[in-house]
Every structure is written in C-alpha cells, then in structure tokens.
Design a protein around this ligand. Structure first.
Ligand code: NDP
Length: 336
C-alpha cells in the first residue's frame, strides 16, 4: 500500500529545540516500547505510525530490546520504513538504545564498549538503516567506567552510525559527569531520557536536580511514560479492561492501581474536564508546561495502542498553559 504523507503535516505540531543543539523535536514523540512487537497486528502498527507522522510526529523512539520478542519492534519498524517511510527518512528522527539485557553472556547488557557498539550494529541491521539519529546509553552501569560508556557513544557518532548521543535514567550527578566526558571527546550530550509525569517527579528532586543539571550542560530532555503507562488516562477509571497494559500484567501491574491512586486519578480527571481536556491531554500538557526558566522538557514521549489514543494525545498541544491555581490543584491530587 503506497503511502503519501499528509501535505499539512507540519501545521499543528509545535517543534522545540533540544537544549542548545541545532535539533528540534516535536512536542510529542512516539515510543515503540509496547504495541510494536510481534504481538500486535502489523496493520494496527502501520496505522498508528502513519497517523502520527501525518500529524507532525517526526520522532520515533526505539531500543534494542523492544518487542516482544526483544528486537521485534526494530525489525517491524524497519519493515514500516521500507513500506512507506523510506522516502521521508530525512524528515524523521529515529532513536535507539542499548543498556538492558539483550543477549546471553557478559556482553549482552549494561554499558561496555563491547556491548554498546555491537548492539547498535544489530539495531541498524534490524531497521535496515545506515544510521540512527540518536543513540542512547539506556541506563547507567555501576560496573563500567563512565569514560568507556561515553567513549562508545562518541565512537557511534564519529563512525557515522549515530548523529547524536543521549543517556537515559542517569542521575543529575552522573549526567554532569557524562556531559563533561562527552564534551572533552568532542561529541556533545544532546539529550537525557528520564521518566517524568504528574505522578513521578524524581527529576525535580535534589540540588542540582536533573533539569538544573541539563540546563547547566546545555542538553535537552524527553520525558518517557508521561501517562504513567496509562494510569493517567481514562483507561482504568472503571476497572481494568481486558485489552489494557495492566491486564497483561507486565510493566504495569494491576496491583499498582490501588484505591488511593485511583482516587487521585479521578480527582485529576475532574480537573482535566474543567479545562476541556481528557486526562491524557492534561498529563501530557503538564510535562510540557511553561516554567519560569522555560520548559526543561523538550518533548513528551508517549505510547499509544490505537489511532484513537494517539489522536487524543496529540491534541494536548492545543493547551499547554496552566494557571497557578490549576498547578496547585494538580499537586494536591498528584503528590503523595
Ligand atoms: P505512556 O505513559 O504514554 O503510556 C502509554 C500507554 O497508555 C498506552 O500503551 C496505552 O495503554 C495508554 N494510553 C495512551 N494514550 C491513551 C489515551 N489517550 N487514553 C487511554 N489510554 C491511553 O508511555 P509508555 O510507558 O508507553 O512509554 C512511552 C515511550 O517511552 C516508550 O515507548 C519508550 O519509547 C519510552 N520509554 C523509555 C524508557 C527508558 O528506560 N528510557 C522506559 C519506558 C518507556 P494500553 O496498552 O493499555 O492501551
């Protein structure tokens, strides 16, 4: 089936600069952690990806282990590229990562040069790409010298397998150190990918906190799981639907949907309705909200299991403004 992207694809999505770099990302990006493995019909995946690009989502985020099975999200994405997106490669920012368990033995996870560079080659192979736009160290490795891990990212960029370097889930202190090493090597740290949502604010803790550290080193950030894997949507307001992530009991367990948590979520849902937004839209707008020094979040990295969810989520960009009273009311429900 031939695909021609919508002519008006750049008309509704805002693009935001990543730190002090030359790269801009869409305010909302799409991740392929769930919903793009071999367990999901290929046509549904295709519909979500095409609709996303038609609505201005230029950034797709992957990792070596996304599936299931691990690797299949990249393989499927490669097929989507071949069957429709190939002509648009220069309009896409594609990222991948290595850090979590991918193959057996001592070289199949964490942060060694040995693992990162062979994993990147395998990712490029699965996707049928010459290069990715961003290559991430997926998690800090307490056993490997940071110089080695950052050196591998630098090699990835220098060898042309990646255009930019990123890190994920590093603390503020590790981020400052990583950025200094990369700067010395001549490959600036582009971006950090932390979890961040109304219910998960670790990035705002500590001094300097992660956002202050990123500001200091001139890097941007992309917030993963801004919907708390679906908890910050209407998905679980009336129980656990059979086709939901929590029902599959993988990364989001039904047990985590406690009475207390759901009472908070219902409160947030009412606040969202008062703003004329769905709860998902409120949650995305909140991570992207303006702050006194501008927003520290370049992009909200969402997941979607259907075109309807995707469309609902992307409409969040129509209202990113919050009054002080609204922010206070949100904190009353969201902060435990
Ligand atoms: P979200 O918090 O956006 O959760 C997405 C899930 O929420 C969907 O799969 C769907 O669940 C539900 N949902 C989404 N929109 C709606 C809606 N409008 N109404 C109702 N339910 C909705 O993000 P993810 O947890 O999926 O993470 C997003 C991306 O972040 C990943 O794909 C990955 O790229 C990245 N990530 C990175 C990590 C890292 O370590 N760097 C770790 C985790 C994620 P359902 O299936 O139930 O329909």
């Amino acid at each position: 089936m031939t695909y021609s992207a919508a002519e008006d694809r750049y008309e509704s999505m805002p693009y935001r600069r990543v730190g002090k770099s030359g790269l801009q990302l869409p305010a909302v990006s799409l991740g392929l952690w769930h919903n793009f493995g071999d367990d999901k019909p290929f046509e549904v995946q295709r519909a979500i990806l095409r609709r996303a690009f038609d609505l201005g989502v230029t950034h797709f985020d992957l990792a070596n282990n996304y599936g299931p099975p691990a690797g299949s999200a990249e393989t499927n994405f490669g097929r989507h590229l071949r069957e429709g997106f190939r002509a648009y490669r220069d309009e896409l920012v594609i990222s991948t990562k290595a850090g979590y368990n991918m193959w057996p033995g001592p070289y199949g996870e964490w942060g060694s040069r040995k693992y990162l560079l062979s994993s990147l080659d395998a990712s490029l192979n699965r996707m049928g790409l010459d290069y990715v736009d961003i290559f991430y160290s997926h998690r800090p490795d307490p056993q490997t010298p940071l110089e080695e891990t950052m050196g591998a990212l630098d090699t990835a960029v220098r060898s042309g397998r990646a255009l930019y370097a990123g890190i994920s889930s590093y603390t503020a202190e590790q981020t400052v150190q990583a950025a200094a090493i990369l700067k010395d090597l001549g490959t600036p740290l582009l971006i950090h990918q932390p979890s961040y949502s109304m219910l998960n604010r670790w990035t705002e803790d500590g001094s300097p906190n992660l956002y202050q550290a990123l500001d200091q080193v001139g890097a941007g950030s992309i917030a993963f799981s801004p919907l708390a894997q679906g908890m910050l949507t209407d998905r679980y307001l009336n129980g656990v639907p059979a086709d939901s992530r929590a029902a599959r009991d993988g990364s989001l367990s039904e047990k985590s949907l406690t009475e207390d948590k759901m009472a908070r979520v219902r409160g947030l849902n009412e606040l969202a309705a008062g703003r004329g937004q769905s709860l998902a839209q409120l949650a995305i707008a909140w991570v992207l909200r303006d702050q006194p020094k501008g927003s520290p979040v370049t992009s909200a990295l969402i997941g979607a299991s259907s075109v309807q969810q995707l469309e609902n989520n992307l409409a969040a960009v129509q209202n990113l403004q919050f009054s002080t009273d609204e922010l206070t009311a949100i904190d009353e429900f969201a902060v435990e």
